[in-house]
Design a protein around this ligand. Sequence first.
Ligand SMILES: *Cc1c(COP(=O)(O)O)cnc(C)c1O
Length: 232
Amino acid sequence: MAVNKEKYKEIIAELEGKATLVAVSKTKPVEDILELYQLGHRDFGENYVQELVDKEAILPKDIRWHFIGHLQSNKVKYIAPFVHLIHGVDSENLLKEIHKQAAKNNRVIDCLLQIHIASEETKFGFSENELNDLNVLNDLQNVRIKGLMGMASFSDDMNLVRSEFKKLRSIFNDYFSPKQKTPETAETPLTIHHSPFTLSMGMSGDYKTALEEGSNMVRIGSLLFGERNYNK
Ligand SMILES: *Cc1c(COP(=O)(O)O)cnc(C)c1O
């Protein structure tokens, strides 16, 4: 299916000055990515390590690749040389491995911590308490925590979705809002890095709600590239 360029322009206009668009190109061919690239788009999101590695190898080097899927520690090494932002960091072990691979590549890798906000059990992420207990960050100098990411419940109930986004926004404000940098909180591990901070929430079905709730990065796939067919 062709790329919906009209929709792309509409979304870009809608987000202007408020949020960054990550165009989620998972399962889509490189030709589709190039169509948006030619319109000036540079931020693309992928979920699968092998697919990302294959695409990165043949596409222009100024693309900023976002890894938005569930990342296994043993696969970090494949994307560490080039990944721009890892959205779904959901364990201490994964953070340590990203640090190790980033160091090997002489880089600092930007990460978002994934917070579990959905009522569904299946979604990955830290709970708020686990976030509080995260003590490793000061030792991981090759990891830079840029903010938080979350996925709302897959539901038509926009009140539920909105309340989940609200919860994520409030956690984000607690940890990343500049006004929180009072002397007592300045040394909490999550606030040691500099702004601007990123709050990645919102997908094709719920990005408008996410924007209303303070998202500054949305991850949109099917609205731009059409429905995905996983059986190809
Ligand atoms: C696939 C995916 C998206 C994009 O989903 P659409 O509904 O197609 O916009 C966004 N975020 C994550 C984490 C995804 O896996």
